[in-house]
Design a protein around this ligand. Structure first.
Ligand SMILES: [Zn+2]
Length: 118
């Protein structure tokens, strides 16, 4: 299963594009999130595990940016701090799901049940 071409994230419809690595932020050498273009870029040629890790990492950047916490005067205004928080969350979540795969099925089933109850 490949990554989707687009996802909904908060108020945005986000396109997902595979690209050759040429990102402006050296610490994001496998992906980047453009709020202005509503696009998540992921380097071509990654293995599936790296693909998911970069995907989750960039999604978390998007969530943090949308929240306003990375804005001027906010706690994650500094790009280095935002990157550290994004990294720890992405690596923590991907590790959690890798080591506890039934959790993903539980989350999926619970969200479906919730939607059916609405
Ligand atoms: Zn990053």
């Amino acid at each position: 299963m490949d990554l989707p071409d687009k996802i909904k994230l908060g108020y945005q419809d986000i396109k997902i594009e595979k690209v050759k690595s040429d990102f402006f932020n050296p610490s994001d050498n496998s992906g980047t999130f453009s709020d202005l273009k509503s696009t998540l870029y992921i380097q071509e040629g990654l293995n599936r595990y790296e693909d998911i890790n970069v995907f989750i990492h960039e999604i978390l950047h998007g969530i943090l940016i949308q929240s306003g916490i990375c804005g001027k005067g906010q706690v994650l205004e500094d790009d280095h701090h935002a990157e550290l928080v994004t990294n720890l969350l992405a690596n923590g979540l991907v590790g959690l799901f890798r080591d506890n795969k039934p959790l993903l099925m539980l989350i999926y089933a619970s969200l479906h049940e919730f939607e059916e109850e609405q």
